[in-house]
Write a protein that binds this ligand. Structure first.
Ligand code: FAD
Ligand code: MLT
Ligand code: ZN
Length: 482
C-alpha cells in the first residue's frame, strides 16, 4: 500500500485515538524506529499508543480492513529486531507503553493482573509492596514490558529455579488479528478445552495477536539473599560447581551466571563505577545467588561451606561473598551490564544458543576453538546462563577489522555457529526469539515440519498477514504480509 492510500486509515486512527494516542511526529517516533542494538532501522506511517484494550481492538479492526501491517512494541529492548518496522513507511507501530496499569495484585491470590505496558522493574516493586515477588528478571528490567516479555518468552537470570516467562503466565488477554478480544485472564489450574491459545501467544513475537494484559504468578518474597563471585578455570568446572551447590543447597541456588575474563574486562572498561570482585584474574567467573524466603534459614553458612569445599578440592580458584546488599547489587551490575559493555566494544556477531545443559561446557570450548580456526583473528566471548544450557556465544571481530566486518563477515560466522549448534542438537534461539535477526537462519536450518506447522498456524489466525510480518515465521513468497 502506498503512503497516499494510507491517508483514510490514518485519519480514522487519529480520530479514534486523539493526540495522546496518535503521532506522525518524526521526533516522537525516531527513538522507537531502531532496535536497542541499533542494527535495524525502520520507518512507520504512524505510531499509535492506545490506552485500553478496546482501543487496541479498534486499531486492529481498522488495520485489518485496510490490510495494513501492525508492529507491536513494548520497551523496545528486544535483541532480534522484532519490534522494528520495515523501512517502507507503510506499517503501523503500535506501542503498548501507555497501557501500564497493574489492574490487581495481591498476596492472597499470589498473582498480578498487569496491562501489557507494565515495566518489569515496576512489577517487581508492586509485588514487593504486597510481600511477594515476581521472580523473572534481566538486565533490561527498567524498560522491558510484560507484553514484550511474554511475546519473546523471555528468560533472564533466574530461570534456573523459576523457568522462563511461559511458566509464569497464568492468563492472557489479547486482541487477535481480526480485532476480536480473547479473554483468557481467568486463572484456572485445570482447563482442558483444547488448544491452549495462551501458550500459543507466548513467544509469538506479536505475529498472532497483541497481548493487552496478563495474569502473572507471584512467588514468596526473598527474606535473605547471598551473592558470591567465584573464579575458576573452565566452563566444565563451573557446571560441576553448580551440581555441587544443588546437592548441598537444593533450590536455594537461583542464579548461576558464567562470564569469561574477557567479558569481565569489557565491563570494567566500559561501565563506569564497576570494580573487579576478586584480586586474582581467573579464566572464568561465576556469579551465584542463593536465596531463602522470609523466616527460612540464611543460606550463608551453606554457601560458605560449599565454596570452602570447592576451594579445598581445587574445583575453584578464588571466591568472595558480598558483605552487604550494596555489594551484592554491584556484583549483579557487572553481570547485567554485559550487553551494554558489548555494544560499546568492538564489532561482534551475537548468538543466543542452547544445547543440553551437560553438553554445554564441552560445546563452548570445542565450538570456540573451531570458530577461531575457521575465522582467523576472531575471538569467541561466550557468557550467560550456563545452568540453563544457554549462553550468548558472541564472535568478536579481529583486531583492525574493517568497519563493515559485521556486514561482510557476520553472516558467515553466524551460519557457522548455528551449524555447530544444530549438529549438537541445540537451538539457534534460546531466549531472545527470532525477530528479523534470525529469520533467514531459522528458514535455512529449522526443522521443515515444525516450520510448516508454524506457517499454517500463522495463516489460520492471521489470513491477511497483518501481524508483525517478516518476523519469526518463514512464509512462502507472496505470503509475507501487506
Ligand atoms: P520489545 O522489544 O518492544 O518487543 C519484543 C517482541 O515482542 C517484538 O517482536 C514485539 O513485536 C513483540 N511485542 C512487544 N509487546 C507486545 C505485545 N504487547 N503484544 C504482542 N507482541 C508484543 N532477554 C532474555 O530473554 N534474557 C535476558 O537475560 C535478557 N537480557 C537483556 C539485557 C539487556 C541489557 C537488554 C537490552 C535486553 C535483554 N533481553 C533479555 C532482551 C529483552 O529484554 C527481552 O526480549 C524482553 O522480553 C523484551 O521486552 P520489550 O518490552 O522491550 O519488548
Ligand atoms: C544477557 O543474558 O545478558 C542478555 O540476554 C543480553 C545479551 O545477550 O547480551
Ligand atoms: Zn541472556
Amino acid at each position: 500500500m502506498t503512503n497516499a492510500s494510507l491517508s483514510p486509515l490514518l485519519q480514522k486512527l487519529s480520530d479514534r485515538l486523539g493526540p495522546k494516542g496518535f503521532t506522525r511526529e518524526p521526533d516522537s517516533m525516531a527513538p522507537w524506529l531502531e532496535d536497542w542494538r541499533k542494527r535495524y532501522h525502520g520507518a512507520a506511517a504512524a505510531m499509535l499508543s492506545p490506552a485500553s484494550t478496546e482501543e487496541v481492538a479498534d486499531i486492529v479492526r481498522l488495520c485489518s480492513a485496510a490490510r495494513v501491517a501492525i508492529v507491536p512494541q513494548g520497551g523496545n529492548s528486544g535483541m532480534v529486531g522484532g519490534a522494528t518496522p520495515t523501512a517502507a513507511s507503510n506499517q503501523i507501530l503500535l506501542s503498548l507503553r501507555r497501557m501500564n496499569a497493574i489492574r490487581t495484585i495481591s498476596a492472597e491470590s499470589s498473582s498480578a493482573v498487569c496491562e501489557a505496558g507494565v515495566i518489569l522493574a515496576n512489577l517487581h516493586d508492586a509485588a514487593a509492596a504486597v510481600g511477594r515477588r515476581f521472580p523473572l528478571t534481566l538486565g533490561a528490567k527498567g524498560s522491558a514490558t510484560v507484553g514484550g516479555l511474554i511475546s519473546t518468552n523471555a528468560g533472564g537470570t533466574q530461570v534456573l529455579r523459576f523457568g522462563t516467562m511461559r511458566g509464569l503466565v497464568a492468563g492472557i488477554e489479547a486482541v487477535l488479528p481480526d480485532g476480536s478480544i480473547f479473554n483468557g485472564l481467568t486463572v484456572l489450574k485445570k482447563d482442558n478445552r483444547g488448544y491452549d491459545l495462551r501458550q500459543l501467544l507466548i513467544g509469538a513475537e506479536g505475529t498472532l495477536g497483541i497481548v493487552t494484559a496478563a495474569a502473572l504468578k507471584l512467588v514468596p518474597a526473598v527474606g535473605v539473599r547471598r551473592v558470591a563471585w567465584v573464579g575458576l578455570g573452565s566452563p566444565e568446572a563451573a557446571l560441576r560447581l553448580l551440581r555441587a551447590f544443588e546437592d548441598k543447597m537444593g533450590e536455594a541456588v537461583e542464579g548461576f551466571e558464567l562470564l569469561p575474563s574477557a567479558a569481565l574486562e569489557i565491563v570494567l572498561r566500559y561501565i563506569p563505577g564497576t570494580r573487579a570482585p576478586l584480586d586474582r584474574r581467573c579464566a572464568w567467573n561465576v556469579l551465584i545467588e542463593a536465596t531463602a524466603p522470609v523466616g527460612a534459614p540464611d543460606p550463608q553458612p551453606a554457601l560458605e561451606q560449599a565454596l570452602g569445599d570447592a576451594l579445598e578440592t581445587g574445583l575453584i580458584e578464588d571466591a568472595m561473598i558480598a558483605a552487604s546488599e550494596a555489594q551484592a547489587e554491584a556484583l549483579w551490575r557487572i553481570r547485567d551490564s554485559m550487553a551494554e559493555a558489548e555494544s560499546k566494544d568492538r564489532q561482534s556477531t551475537k548468538h543466543d544458543i542452547s544445547v543440553a545443559v551437560d553438553s554445554m561446557p564441552g560445546f563452548m570450548v570445542e565450538a570456540a576453538a573451531a570458530v577461531e580456526r575457521r575465522f582467523p583473528g576472531t575471538s569467541v566471548m561466550a557468557f550467560g546462563h550456563l545452568g540453563d544450557g544457554n549462553v550468548h556465544f558472541n564472535v568478536r571481530a579481529p583486531d583492525g577489522a574493517a568497519p563493515d566486518w559485521l556486514l561482510s563477515e557476520g553472516p558467515a560466522t553466524s551460519a557457522y555457529v548455528h551449524d555447530l549448534v544444530t549438529a549438537a542438537g541445540g537451538s539457534l534461539s534460546a531466549e531472545h526469539g527470532i525477530g528479523q535477526a534470525r529469520l533467514a537462519e531459522l528458514e535455512r536450518i529449522g526443522d521443515p515440519t515444525r516450520l510448516r506447522a508454524m506457517a499454517a498456524i500463522k495463516r489460520a489466525l492471521d489470513p491477511h498477514g497483518i501481524m508483525n510480518p517478516g518476523k519469526l515465521v518463514p512464509l512462502a513468497e507472496g505470503e509475507g504480509g501487506p
